[in-house]
Design a protein around this ligand. Structure first.
Ligand code: SF4
Length: 256
């Protein structure tokens, strides 16, 4: 089945190093209440309030043509392509493999931005084509994770261990919501999990919550359930940077 894509973001500088083209696939196994791209959650196409389709079918030739237009920027900045979503790893496996092979043939480095909530069998065949994973960790308590994302975190944590054991380069990304993911106890548990499993990420990005996606829910005819969420203040964010750095992790940063 041909995946749907909602957007091809050019000149992106927050989804990995250098200047990148980020491709947003539609469909995600999680339904995070804070999601700022709600149009990427359903695997079905939807209609914006202006009667315009949310997504279009991806075709590999068209995608490659778009991506290759900016090759000079990738080469000069150390950038490349980031496959994101929604959840790219939940898309058709044959399509993904073919796209990754074409990108490798063109020597374009690929990052995959993932929530990790897919069977590991979907990830393993892609490893040789992927330069690094941007891997989301949200809530370390599985029941809390289920409450706020619709799913427990067992598969996500297990896949992270297996990715590390299989030699993948990993950047951890944490959406920081005050009193929820952004609380010392959650970050303590994250540190314990990473250390207990010997996982040494290339970097940890702490991403302060923002509500810029809330208007999109209305445009999709849905209610936004994240009104009570807020970002931690800058002092509190700095505390988490210090906490993670003191625990021995490198390249801990606020933002993408
Ligand atoms: S994992 Fe990302 S794309 Fe999926 S629902 Fe959560 S925030 Fe949205």
């Amino acid at each position: 089945m041909c995946p749907l894509i909602t957007n091809i973001q050019k000149y992106s500088i927050h989804d990995g190093p250098g200047i990148r083209t980020t491709v947003f696939f539609k469909g995600c196994p999680l339904h995070c209440l804070w999601c700022h791209n709600p149009e990427t959650q359903s695997f079905e196409n939807e209609i914006w309030d202006v009667c315009e389709g949310v997504a279009r079918e991806a075709d590999i030739d068209g995608l490659m043509e778009e991506i290759l237009k900016d090759r000079i920027f990738y080469d000069e900045s150390g950038g490349g392509v980031t496959l994101s979503g929604g959840e790219v790893l939940a898309q058709d496996g044959e399509f993904l493999l073919e796209l990754l092979k074409r990108l490798k043939t063109e020597a374009i480095p690929v990052f995959i931005d993932t929530c990790g909530a897919v069977p590991y069998e979907r990830i393993k065949p892609l490893l040789v084509y992927v330069r690094a994973f941007l891997y989301d960790l949200k809530l370390m308590d599985s029941e809390e994770h289920r409450r706020y994302t619709g799913s427990g975190n067992g598969v996500i944590l297990d896949n992270l261990k297996r990715l590390w054991e299989d030699g993948a380069a990993i950047y951890i990304r944490v959406p920081m919501i005050k009193g929820l993911s952004a609380q010392k106890g959650n970050i303590d548990k994250m540190i314990c999990f990473l250390k207990d499993n010997g996982i040494r990420p290339e970097g940890i990005n702490l991403l302060p919550y923002h509500d810029t996606g809330s208007g999109k829910y209305q445009r999709l005819g849905r209610a936004y359930e994240g009104e009570s969420f807020e970002a931690p203040g800058s002092d509190e964010m700095e505390e988490y940077v210090k906490q993670l750095t003191a625990a021995g992790f490198k390249n801990v940063r606020i933002g993408g």
